[in-house]
Structure formats: structure tokens, C-alpha cells
Design a protein around this ligand. Structure first.
Ligand SMILES: CC(C)(COP(=O)(O)OP(=O)(O)OC[C@H]1O[C@@H](n2cnc3c(N)ncnc32)[C@H](O)[C@@H]1OP(=O)(O)O)[C@@H](O)C(=O)NCCC(=O)NCCS
Length: 143
């Protein structure tokens, strides 16, 4: 049995099928993001995080681009509000700290701004559209 919020840092090369299942359910099926926008060349060069429930089932995913942008944060609908999104974000912030990066950045869907604010992220742009969804840019200076 795994801990309650288990997160592994993984690579697209080996875990693409699992990462695809989660992001297909959340972004393509639930949020109606067009497939051609969901999959891009950055997946192969990003570090990915996968969250597992205590039975070892994958329930969430996120990625960290080489330039330090966090993105594609996705927790399966029935698993939200249980701390998996926070665990994914913590794992990627830890990865950034290990790289001695001074700043984390992300484009947040406006409805999720309060989630990132809990971690200290601040909005640093006006609203813009991405994949047909309103977003703002957010940043967090790392200690
Ligand atoms: C955004 C998302 C990743 C959060 O994951 P989650 O597993 O539900 O988050 P957690 O359970 O760790 O929540 C942590 C805290 O943030 C709060 N929170 C979560 N989503 C929130 C939201 N959309 N707005 C405001 N607060 C939110 C939770 O209530 C919780 O608060 P608490 O610490 O006071 O209990 C998840 O809702 C998701 O996958 N959404 C769909 C995909 C998406 O839109 N991703 C991109 C967002 S930019």
C-alpha cells in the first residue's frame, strides 16, 4: 500500500500512456480542449509528475517545462479536493528548488487562481485565452 498522496517524477518516454489517460479524461473529455492543442512537442522534453492513490492507481498528472513553467495540472474529477493537486504541485516546486531556480511560473485557468494562491503564487498578467479557456499568468519566487 502506498502513502495517501504518492507522487513520482517520471519521463514521457516511459509513462506517456498513463499520462495520456489522465490528461485525455481531464482536458480533452471534460474541458473539451482540442486534441491538437493538448499534445505538443514539450511533453518529450518536460519532467512529469504522476500522483497515485493508496492502491497505486494513477489519479493525477502535471508537467514542468525546461524553462521552469508548470503546466497540465490534472486530477481525475472523482479524486479532486483530496490533496492530490497539492501533492503534484509540491513535487514540481521541489524539483525547481533542486534545480536552484528562483522562480516558478504557470498559466492558471482563472477558476483555479485560488488553488495556486494557497501556495503563494501571485497573478502577474491580465486575463488571456488559451485553448478557449480564460487564463492568467502566475509566479512564485522560491526561497
Ligand atoms: C486544479 C486542480 C489540479 C486541483 O486539484 P485538487 O486535487 O482538487 O486540489 P487539492 O485537493 O490539493 O486542493 C488544495 C486546496 O485548494 C482548494 N482548491 C482546489 N481547487 C480549487 C479551485 N479550483 N478553486 C479554489 N480552490 C481550489 C481545495 O479546496 C483545497 O483547499 P484546502 O487546502 O483549504 O482544503 C483540479 O481541480 C483539476 O484537475 N482541475 C481540472 C483541470 C484543470 O483545470 N487544470 C488546470 C488548472 S490551471
Amino acid at each position: 500500500m502506498l502513502p495517501e498522496h504518492s507522487v513520482q517524477i517520471v519521463r514521457w518516454r516511459t509513462q506517456a500512456p498513463v499520462l495520456r489517460v489522465i490528461r485525455t479524461a481531464v482536458f480533452i473529455q471534460e474541458q473539451q480542449v482540442p486534441e491538437e492543442l493538448e499534445w505538443d512537442e514539450f511533453d518529450a522534453v518536460s519532467v512529469h509528475a504522476l500522483a497515485f492513490d493508496i492502491a497505486g492507481q494513477p489519479v493525477g498528472a502535471a508537467r514542468l517545462l525546461p524553462d521552469g513553467h508548470i503546466g497540465r495540472m490534472a486530477v481525475l474529477k472523482q479524486w479532486r479536493g483530496k490533496g492530490f493537486g497539492s501533492a503534484l504541485l509540491r513535487a514540481l516546486l521541489q524539483e525547481l528548488r533542486q534545480r536552484q531556480q528562483k522562480k516558478a511560473m504557470l498559466n492558471a485557468q482563472t477558476y483555479a487562481v485560488a488553488f495556486y494562491e494557497k501556495f503563494g503564487f501571485k497573478v502577474c498578467s491580465g486575463e488571456f485565452m488559451e485553448a478557449g479557456i480564460p487564463h492568467v499568468q502566475m509566479e512564485l519566487f522560491l526561497e
